[in-house]
Design a protein around this ligand. Sequence first.
Ligand SMILES: Cc1cc2nc3c(=O)[nH]c(=O)nc-3n(C[C@H](O)[C@H](O)[C@H](O)COP(=O)(O)OP(=O)(O)OC[C@H]3O[C@@H](n4cnc5c(N)ncnc54)[C@H](O)[C@@H]3O)c2cc1C
Length: 310
Amino acid sequence: MNTAAFKVAVVGGGISGAVCASTLARNGVSVILFESARGPGGRREKTEDGKELSFDHGAPFFSVSKPEVQSIVQEWESKGLVAEWKEEFGSFDFHTRKFNNIEQQVGFSKRFVGVPGMNSICKALCNESGVESKFRVGIGKAEWLDDEKLWSLTGVDGQNLGQFKGLVASDKNIVSSRVTEVTGQPPPLDFSLVPELSAKLQNLPVQPCFAVMLAFAEPLSSIPFKGLSFENSKVLSWAYCDSCKPNRETTSERWVLHSTTEYAEGIISQTGMKKPSDATLNKVAEQLLQEFQSTRIHIPEPFFKRAHRW
Ligand SMILES: Cc1cc2nc3c(=O)[nH]c(=O)nc-3n(C[C@H](O)[C@H](O)[C@H](O)COP(=O)(O)OP(=O)(O)OC[C@H]3O[C@@H](n4cnc5c(N)ncnc54)[C@H](O)[C@@H]3O)c2cc1C
């Protein structure tokens, strides 16, 4: 018997792929997870003088409503992979120039963060016993072999990655034309093989966003909240204090700004979907910082700023 034939390939090491791979492995299925990035999520940046700075530049936190997810999060909490983020969140209105305490108005669910970074959950799941994780391996092609009833995977570099009884694609990029817009290559899975799935995935809205990572030498003490949503700004949607989360390094104060979708779409309409140039990212970092500073809250010059497009 060819044991390789009973393996399942999971494409993507984000939270969906990592939870899926761990669940399959815990149920006795042999799993290989492929992730094109160098590791699961998060971002380590270096200042010009070599100082290391950590940022969660994607999802800043998550909340849980479904009981079946609550039990998973309790397990992560008991293992020290996540902690509750207890700081107060508010909003800032650019018209009235006032802060509002949104938690008093609408109530809120507990916020959880990974510790010491949001990627800790994926890191742990990708390293669980029974999950073989391969980072920096992008899937370039997924083919269904009808005679063998197996999936055959090829890397973006043309390497044969083996054959698998099952395939789990955790990112809609597997059949998305966005892949071609960004890389110039066709998506890994031929649309015509999975027409229904492909049609559903094509219709999922894509909301682009720029994140700007900022590091300050001093705390931004004139901001009364550690997480802020913005009203009546065409540029900024969110700002939150990354270094104020539990178990973070606190020698600098680090904030992450998120742009509005409208702002990101405006930039993309000028530059296209290809990887943004340094000049574009520098311009975005400057514009989001200027909008943050235009709140008239005292915000000093950061010693580090860098933008990322999602
Ligand atoms: C700016 C921003 C703010 C957000 N805020 C929140 C929030 O406050 N709360 C919240 O709950 N959620 C938030 N989210 C959403 C949350 O981050 C996502 O829902 C979640 O991370 C999706 O996880 P995923 O595993 O489905 O996908 P992803 O995390 O996108 O993982 C997919 C993985 O697949 C990999 N991949 C794709 N194609 C290939 C390939 N061909 N070969 C190999 N690997 C491949 C990618 O590299 C990626 O790592 C936010 C997202 C962004 C961008």
